[in-house]
Ligand binder design. Sequence first.
Ligand code: ADP
Ligand code: MG
Length: 250
Amino acid sequence: MQADETLPLLLKQLSLPSMYAHYASQADEASSGHWSYTRYLSCLCDLELTSRRQRRMARYIKASKLPPGKTLSCFDFKANASINPAQIEALSEQTDWVRAGHNVVILGPSGIGKTHLASAIGYRLIEQDLRVLFMTTMGMVELLQKARAELKLSALLSTLARIPLLILDDISYAKKSEMETSVLFELIAERYESSSLLITSNQPFSEWDQIFPDTTMAVAAIDRLVHHAVVISVQGESYRKTHSMDKNLR
Ligand code: ADP
Ligand code: MG
């Protein structure tokens, strides 16, 4: 068999779909442009890597369950002077805090942009090849409780530990009076110093004894969370409120 005939079969067998799709057109370009053999091969490898990366990003974004559209490009930093754009940029562009298993806690009243910021950071980190999972804290507590009832909690915690950044939105909505929240402590303890958490909360730490079954557990959870953490306190008026007022005024 001629190389022209075997090459596509080999590329298929090696699961190199982009090289397979482009080997012929690139060969034409290579011969008209007098490319070296290495240039031709590296061009094909480059195409394969680029398309793999794009497919991986799309997979990560889908799996992350991040709220659609809440990215940095549509976040208006001028709307809230208490948010430091450089700090958010650094958390978005630098992956070292995630690789070190450090945490971020965003505190502040409702409607101020906490969920948007958390998601925006998540999207940027995915672009840098990190897996992220976004969940409401209540959703996570339910998931953990179900796993515990089925004696699968430690398996679930191990699966979650393989996701470098877990975003838990609205921790203060998880109330000990309504849910069995000790699983949340187990999650925080399991991830301590190994995989990151980004948590948003409407309530300051002083109110977190409403979340955990007792004050000792609340203190132990906060201790582990903030030992290596950036805590961002956002203040001011709700963006939702001021912008719906703007619209009404217009
Ligand atoms: P929180 O989580 O603090 O309650 P959200 O992040 O849900 O607030 O923000 C409420 C709404 O306002 C969302 O639609 C969000 O996209 C928008 N929003 C908040 N702050 C800003 C901002 N600075 N720039 C653009 N949109 C914002
Ligand atoms: Mg929110």
